[in-house]
Design a protein around this ligand. Structure first.
Ligand code: AMP
Ligand code: MN
Ligand code: MN
Ligand code: MN
Length: 284
């Protein structure tokens, strides 16, 4: 019995509808599926409304971007309460910061000889949230790059001249927000942090002190050795282990819901531990 606690819809930078994702989770014979769009719970009401039509248990979450050791760290807020008004207001603030960044990135790209408009980027998205994925598609549509991945390589990847960082959260603040919304804060794909191969032992203990309660030990793009290392690290620190594919539909070709690049299997007893942790940690 397997689950998937990390995936995206067109409400952030994926391409599936929320309804489509719920059906896909059912077809993949998952026992639980947690939606984790970036900075929004916009897809959650439609997603949860699918529950009577599918066997897979549907859960709500989100993925927030933080700054840690000078790098971008993603934090999952799993099992958050989608009706929490304070959390919704905080997500609006994050989306406003994202919009500011997007405007500045448009100016920056013009300086680099690749002028695009806000409307060009909007044309690539099926929801109001615009991410670098949509910038990459717009740059390809305008002919500045042949294909979207090349935009990340040359223009808007983390170390590229056209990239403009957002005002990001401190991990402590992200954890507080998530806990106050009844969720569990989890380090997303630590194996991808700082370009990969980061020595995590001490840094993960630091994040735990800041409020992180779990880490993604199973991930769609991990090698077997990474999974083993992160599952052992979580056990050593007493953090919960979670796992997911980070499915983005057509925006991450070859990556499938549930199975990732082919070999992913996230055991469903992880969800029991996560829910136990949720009950212990909740401010509700
Ligand atoms: P944003 O949150 O708008 O800065 O966009 C970040 C998103 O862009 C990530 O969640 C990924 O989906 C995607 N992304 C970031 N870097 C790359 C890359 N090098 N190649 C492909 N997609 C990427
Ligand atoms: Mn993404
Ligand atoms: Mn991420
Ligand atoms: Mn993700």
């Amino acid at each position: 019995m397997v689950i998937d606690l990390h995936c995206h819809t067109l409400h952030s930078d994926g391409t599936d509808t929320s309804q489509g994702l719920a059906l896909l989770g059912d077809q993949a014979c998952l026992t639980a599926l947690c939606l984790t769009d970036h900075d929004t719970l916009g897809g959650v009401p439609e997603f949860l409304a699918m529950q009577p039509r599918v066997r897979v248990r549907l859960l709500a979450g989100t993925e927030l971007s933080c700054r840690f050791l000078g790098q971008c760290l993603h934090v999952l807020g799993l099992l958050v309460d989608p009706a929490d008004a304070q959390f919704q207001a905080r997500l609006v603030e994050l989306r406003n910061r994202r919009d500011d960044r997007n405007q500045r990135m448009i100016s920056r790209l013009a300086e680099l000889g690749c002028p695009i408009t806000y409307e060009d980027v909007e044309a690539q998205a099926d929801s109001p949230l615009l991410s670098r994925v949509h910038f990459a598609l717009a740059l390809a549509a305008k002919g500045y790059v042949r294909r979207a991945p090349e935009a990340f390589e040359r223009l808007i990847g983390d170390d590229c001249p056209g990239f403009v960082p957002r005002q990001e959260l401190e991990p402590d603040e992200a954890c507080r927000w998530i806990r106050e919304a009844g969720g569990v804060p989890v380090v997303a794909h630590p194996g991808r942090f700082a370009g990969g191969s980061f020595p995590w032992d001490d840094a993960m203990a630091d994040l735990q002190r800041r409020g992180l309660e779990g880490l993604e030990g199973y991930y769609g793009e991990y090698r077997a050795a990474e999974q083993k290392y992160f599952v052992a690290l979580a056990a050593r620190l007493g953090m919960v282990v979670t796992g997911g594919s980070d499915y983005h539909g057509r925006n991450k070709p070859g990556l499938r819901l549930g199975t990732g690049r082919g070999g992913l299997k996230v055991p469903d007893d992880l969800l029991d531990h996560l829910e136990t942790r949720q009950k212990l940690g909740s401010y509700h």
